[in-house]
Write a protein that binds this ligand. Structure first.
Ligand SMILES: [Zn+2]
Length: 109
């Protein structure tokens, strides 16, 4: 099944997003991924304290890319593992809303 692309505004620039599966390809090769009509399931997340969260990030086995989604107020900060999924937001393994004091990580990793 092929994607149906539309142009959306994302983080201040125009990006392609599939209207069927929600994919936003970060790189041209991601556009070759198969399309699914199903909206991707939100991965299970668990809430951690700040010390637990810092420890979790330190012990994470792969390199993480920090991303600040500044279009949200307060900013939404995510840590991404692009070996799990080639595009945001499926790549998110940890997140926090700035100044919230609440920290979340994937509970299935
Ligand atoms: Zn698609």
């Amino acid at each position: 099944m092929s994607h149906e692309w539309e142009t959306i505004e994302f983080q201040g620039s125009n990006r392609l997003q599939c209207t069927k599966c929600g994919l936003m390809p970060a790189a041209p090769e991601a556009m070759a991924l198969p399309c699914s009509d199903e909206i991707p399931q939100k991965p299970p997340m668990k809430k951690l304290t700040k010390p637990e969260f810092d420890m979790w990030l330190r012990q994470y086995p792969r390199e993480l890319e920090r991303d600040v989604f500044g279009a949200a107020e307060p900013p939404f900060v995510t840590w991404n593992d692009f070996t799990i999924a080639p595009q945001w937001p499926q790549s998110i393994v940890a997140s926090t809303v700035a100044e919230s004091g609440e920290y979340f990580v994937r509970s299935d990793l």
